[in-house]
Design a protein. Structure first.
Length: 202
């Protein structure tokens, strides 16, 4: 009830009393009771919202871990398909290839051994591209911890020879939850195996 309505009511009848003589609460007191009730309902609503948010977080947080692992497995599958493609391409074309890694940026790309001069017998690896896709990056928050190759442990690349030989490599990955995984590359077949944990070469 507004202040104007209260004043009109007081002018029409005796203040603070009904026609039966029963005491009537002042208008300002009625307004304070309404305000208190409104505040009470607001607190109840806030409590309900907090409970709902708590339930939602309980359901969502485990899924975030699953998402991080899914991104890591997607990255491992793409690396595996690239390794298999390069092994086959090297055997068919009789060329040397490298899969080079940028550990900091989480990227990788293909290089091909290119002859610069036949007379001087010089050659160097240059960036290679094809329709199959010869570069990529890790998915989501997946990162490289390191790349360990037996023949050159401090230089992060995997080499592919025309005879089918592939560098024996251990690609160490970490997902968004901080869990380590190892993608092991078989030097004879080019096949890979993803294992949980940081596995070192034996």
């Amino acid at each position: 009830m507004s202040i104007y309505d209260c004043r009109m009511a007081k002018a029409m009848r005796a203040p603070n009393h009904t026609t039966e003589g029963v005491e009537r609460l002042p208008c300002n007191h009625q307004s304070s009771i309404i305000d208190q009730q409104s505040k009470g309902f607001t607190l109840i609503e806030l409590t309900v919202v907090i409970v709902i948010l708590g339930i939602m977080l309980t359901l969502i947080i485990p899924r975030l871990g699953e998402l991080g692992e899914a991104n890591l497995k997607r990255s491992a599958r793409h690396l595996t398909s690239t390794i298999r493609f390069l092994r086959g391409e090297s055997q068919v074309k009789k060329d040397m290839y490298r899969l080079r890694f940028d550990i900091t940026e989480g990227r990788y790309w293909v290089e091909k051994l290119t002859i610069l001069s036949l007379s001087e017998k010089t050659a160097e690896y240059k960036r290679f591209s094809s329709e199959m896709g010869t570069e990529g990056s890790l998915s989501g928050q997946t990162t490289f911890r390191d790349i360990k190759v037996a023949s050159h442990p401090d230089d992060p690349f995997i080499q592919f020879s025309p005879n089918g030989w592939v560098d024996h490599a251990m690609i160490h990955l970490r997902d968004g939850e901080g869990r380590d995984f190892t993608l092991m590359v078989n030097p004879l077949t080019g096949n890979t195996e993803l294992r949980e944990g940081y596995i070192e070469e034996r």
